[in-house]
Design a protein around this ligand. Structure first.
Ligand code: FDA
Length: 306
């Protein structure tokens, strides 16, 4: 099992024949559907209905990669604006997660800024919220600068993400607490060098706990995004010891990951938001979820062999 390492799985997954297999095979389709809520907004809105009925909120993420033209960035803006409006119309709390590279960040900061302005305007119209996901470390400083700038005009509509594996995060958290910005705390999903990020899981976890306590103490409605049972226990324990009520923070988990743990938190009166990805560009996201867990990879290999 140990030989199915994350980079090896991601390399195999990038072979075009393997991608074609996943896109066309009926058996693996079930596994795709576990992690991705369909290819269209209509399907995604249907899939989130039972989640809402179980007492959880959601954030919708239109899957996509870095865009190369302004027209593509504009198409992403239109899709996000539609998502926010349709969530509101469907009676859901309008909440989306966006990636700046999908909004033209690589074409220049001005392109992404204009795009964010349009999306945030639409969010404000319906009382919605936009979370700017954090990407690789070459984007961190620029992402924080842009989000801070937008936050000046949209203090209630925009927030971003802090990754506990980065050394810089302790300082970033202090700076953004000072601005009263809403933050989501994650471990971090990208392969980062030792010059910028902790490499040992125990160090990443210890950093997560330090940042989480700081955010629970002084942050504005922090979102603790993790599936890690030890970190969830640490958060609940700290909140209880410090008398921090359930209404002051939320847990976040990914669609299809540890579904029973999500329900269990709701049963304990915790707030839970599920991150729900959808769209035709699901393949790279799907392979990352498979690579995270040997059991998933083994299932896929059996299908490929069969
Ligand atoms: P960890 O990876 O240690 O997992 C803990 C346990 O959860 C595992 O032992 C397993 O039981 C279960 N589990 C995890 N993944 C699974 C899977 N695919 N299938 C089945 N079980 C699984 N990152 C980033 O860099 N920028 C961002 O903006 C975001 N945004 C974001 C939003 C939300 C809502 C979540 C939950 C996560 C992110 N992330 C992210 C990803 C994050 O950085 C991290 O890579 C993953 O959450 C995995 O880390 P955990 O904290 O869950 O712990």
């Amino acid at each position: 099992m140990q030989r199915f390492t994350r980079p090896a799985i991601l390399t195999v997954a990038s072979i075009p024949t393997v991608e074609r297999f996943f896109r066309q095979n009926a058996t693996t389709r079930g596994l795709v559907e576990r992690f991705v809520a369909g290819e269209t907004l209509d399907t995604a809105l249907e899939r989130v209905r039972p989640i809402a009925a179980e007492g959880m909120t959601v954030t919708l993420d239109l899957l996509g990669e870095n865009v190369a033209t302004e027209a593509e960035a504009q198409a992403a803006v239109a899709a996000y604006v539609e998502t926010i409006r349709r969530m509101a119309a469907a009676g859901l709390e309008p909440n989306i997660s966006v990636k700046l590279t999908m909004l033209g960040f690589d074409l220049g900061e001005a392109v992404a800024e204009t795009a964010m302005g349009e999306i945030l305007g639409a969010a404000r119209d319906v009382g919605g919220f936009v979370r700017v996901d954090m990407e690789g470390s070459t984007y961190t400083a620029r992402t924080l600068d842009l989000v801070e700038k937008m936050h000046g005009d949209f203090p209630d509509e925009v927030g971003t993400v802090i990754q506990s594996y980065l050394y810089r995060s302790a300082q970033d958290v202090e700076r953004l607490i000072g601005r009263r910005m809403r933050l989501r705390l994650v471990k971090g999903a990208y392969a980062e060098p030792a010059s910028v990020a902790y490499q040992k899981p125990a160090e990443v976890d210890a950093s997560y706990v330090r940042l989480m306590e700081r955010l629970l103490d002084a942050g504005r409605y922090p979102a603790l995004a993790t599936h890690d049972p030890a970190l969830i226990r640490a958060a609940e324990g700290y909140a209880t010891r410090m008398g921090i009520g359930s209404e002051r923070f939320e847990f976040q988990m990914l669609y299809g990951v540890r579904r029973e743990a999500q329900r269990e938190l709701v049963r304990r009166d915790r707030r839970v938001r599920v991150y729900v990805p959808y769209g035709t560009e699901w393949y790279p996201y799907f392979t990352r979820r498979i690579a995270e867990r040997p059991a998933n990879a083994l299932f896929v290999l059996r299908q490929l062999a069969g």
